[in-house]
Structures are given as C-alpha cells and as structure tokens.
Design a protein around this ligand. Sequence first.
Ligand code: NAD
Length: 497
Amino acid sequence: WVGGAWRAAAGGGWLAVEDPARGAPGAVGGRARVARGGAADVAAAVAAARAAWRAGVWRDLAPGARAAVLRRLAAGLAAEAGDLARLEAADCGKPLREADWDLEDASACFEFYADLAESQALEEEVPLPEPGFRGRVRREPLGVVGLITPWNYPLLMACWKVAPALAAGCSVVLKPSEHASLTCLELARLAHAAGVPAGVLNVVTGLGAEAGAALAAHPGLAKVCFTGSSATGALVAAAAARRAVPCTLELGGKSALVIFDDADVEKAVEWAMFGCFWTNGQICSATSRVLVQDGVAPRFLERLARRAAQLKLAPPLDPEGQVGPLVCASQYRKVVGHIERARQSRARLLCGGAERPAGLGGGFYVRPTVFTDVPVDSALWTEEVFGPVMAVRTFASEREAVDLANASEFGLAAAVISRDRARCERLAGAFEAGIVWQNCSQPCFPQLPWGGGKRSGYGRELSKAGLENFQHVKQICTYESGDVWDWYAPPGPRAKL
Ligand code: NAD
C-alpha cells in the first residue's frame, strides 16, 4: 500500500502465507500470499510519505481535524472487528477470543490518541529571567517515520505506533512482520476509507532482512520505531545511529512474577497462567520466570499443574480454544528446542512438554509447559522463549526474590503478588523494569507508558509519551523590548543603540 494504492513488489516477488493451524503454507482469510517488498518498494513508500509531508495534507490539519479522521478509523476497526479478529487469529495462531480483545484495544488506541491530540497544548509559554524576552516551547510533528513491527500482536503493535504517529501529524511507512502481515494491510484500507490522505500511511510487506533493513537504513526518515527481538533491535538501532536519527526500541523480556506466602493461591495461579500462556506465551512482557516463596510453593505448583493441563489447545478459530498454534515453523522449532534442552538439564518438568498434542495434525501446537527448580544459569531461566513455557524457582526471603528477579539482562516488566501493600510498594521500587504489576500480570492500558530498560530497549510507547515520540520540540525565543545595546563597545557600561 504505497501512495494510496495497492501495488505488487517492484521485484515481482511474493511471500507465501503460512497457516499456523496446519503447519504449512496455505490461504488465510482467502489470502495465500503477500508482496515481497524490498528496497525499491521502501524507497517508493518513503517518497510517497515525503510528498504527502511536503504537501502538508495531513500535518497542516488542525489536531481536531486529524482526530476526527482517527475516530472514523477507530469506528471502521470496530465495525469490522469480527472479520478482522478472525483474520488475525488465523494468521498468527492466537485464539479467537484473544484476537477479539486485540481488536477492541486497537480501536481504543485510535480513540485514545484522537482525544490526546485534541487536548494536548501544542505551545507552552516559559517565563524567562531576562526582561524583554518571551520564551515558548512548541511541539510539531517529527516528519516521515519508519515503523517496524512483530507478529505476536500484528495489528495492535502497529496501532500502538501508527495511532500516535498520525495523531502527531507525521507521515508513516509501516513494515509489518512477514509472519503475519494481513491485518496491517486491512488497517491501510480502513485508514484510507476514514480519510487518511494518500501517502500519509504506507505499508510495505516483506522480509526483515530486505524490506525491514531497507526501511531502518533509509535516509529519508526522521525516526525509526521498532518492536521486535533484542537482536534485530540492535541492528535497527545501528542503522539509525549511522544516520544519527532517533530510534525507539521495544524489545524482548524475561519478566519475573514474584509470589509471596501470603498470596491467595487460586488467584496467584490464574495470574501466573495468564501472564505466561496468553497469546500462546508469545508476549514480550510475559512473566515467564515465576518466583514462589517456599511456604506456598507446594500448593501453588500442585494447582498450577492441574490448571495448566486443563487449558484447551485448539485451532485459532475454535471459539472454545484457549491455546492456539505458534506462529510459524521457525518459532515452533525454537520453543520445542528450549523444552528439549530444559529436559536434559536439572530442571524438573511439572506439566506439558515438547510432544505434539494428539488430534491437532501438523499445526505448531505446544502444550502449556512448566519447569520447576530451573537453574539460574540455564537458557530457560535467562533467555526469552516466546512460547507457553514457564520457568519456576522457589525463594526464602524478599531480598532473595528481588535479587533473583533483577538478575536478568532484560528489564521490561516485573510483577508481585502479596497481600502486604507495603511489600508490594517496596518491590515496585526495587524492580529493575519499566513496567511493574502489583497483584496482577499483563494488564495494559493506553493511558500508561509502555517500555523497558536494559536489553528490553529504550523509549516509551502509549500514554502521552507515545505521542511525544513523534513530535519535535522547538523553542521560540522572542525579543519584545526593541532595545539593543552596543555589544561591541569597549569594556565598561554599555550604551543602548
Ligand atoms: P523480530 O525481531 O524477528 O522481527 C520484528 C520485525 O523486524 C519484523 O517486522 C521483521 O521483519 C523485522 N526485521 C527482521 N530483521 C530485520 C532487519 N535486519 N532490519 C530491520 N527489520 C528487521 O521479532 P519477532 O519475532 O517478529 O517478534 C518477537 C519479538 O518481539 C520478541 O522478542 C518480543 O519480546 C518482541 N516484542 C516486544 C514488544 C514490546 O513492546 N517490548 C512487543 C511485542 C513483541
């Protein structure tokens, strides 16, 4: 989708759509292939975005006028939510009930940024210490931005970037993941129908090493915003750094959930499962390291094993399904490899495992899997698995729990479950993470900033920070007195000219 029109890739190539439920290439929602965009398509998309930027068709609109278009886009997403959720679920493998939820969030994200754009003061007066001077700080749209997104929440992760970028007045080139691009193409269609002018939102599908790398390195961008793995994020940041343009990175994690003896075990188990098995475990902020205090551990593990085994694996469009197939063959092999290596280690398998569940054919299904006594130096404890695999350890003291939680190269999220509010507050302060959940795991509101530290990236999305990501800050200093001194006079009292 470039310059307001569909086109084939300049190189004529296509990528086959993979059906995660069958574990093979196949049509998803009637679509069997997407264009394999490359450097020439990225160049065309950036040129279209720059032309729209120069013409001022979007950035020169009043924030209220842009907000009206974004609200129509939110309404368009809501009107087609059922079909879009089915397409999303079938394309990336998540259960339909979760995709329904994503669609609500996608629509709400556009509403949120429409409201914020309208209410944001774009200019602020700043008192200055020198008489005669007036100071102002103005926020302006940044320009043409490149957005690169992953496949776990294909539409929602795109909306987290596209909504604030458009609300700010930027022009956009979006590169969705090659593993699940279909709903991002629908987003382009709906944005056009809502009145986003041609060239303001462009979507180039294609491989990361081709279209993604070309976008990250394109000299016509004012900024690159990336969500994906830490390894790819480092490549994207390096490409942006070579041109000295800003970049935000929302990367992976290995977040801890700490459960204290005073927790309600039933509730703790539900949060632990939600925090690690939702979206088939493919969540950047998944609390996939669970630390449980010695006193409550036996009851917690006994119930967790029972509940995890009850989750229903099913094809994504099965309305009863609770866990679907992983997105693609490479991801499936990676997750199964983690489980197999953990089985060779000193970790103890509590439930699940790498064997394919019966009756689901060749789809990329992995049963919710829990290992306990996981060694702290093992891959299962230190690396992001990105599948429904939970690593559990016990701890004795609060100090030990905090040290274990923070002993990670990632710093995206951390959670604590305890009835002791003072303890929850102490841990909120002690966690080295950008997101802290108290007595829950994974809730996400557009009103709150999202992002991490350490190898989980830098910058923040959502909230006011998400809008400011796409704004340039300009100072305007006005001399209003009219008096000018003879600056070049010899030392001594200066005379006014
Ligand atoms: P990925 O890094 O493989 O791919 C992400 C995007 O980058 C895709 O669009 C891909 O095509 C593109 N890409 C790949 N190579 C590239 C290159 N050389 N140059 C430019 N772009 C390139 O990640 P993924 O497998 O799609 O997503 C899973 C990862 O995303 C996990 O690590 C997960 O934690 C992370 N994630 C983070 C957040 C967050 O908010 N922090 C949210 C969702 C996912």
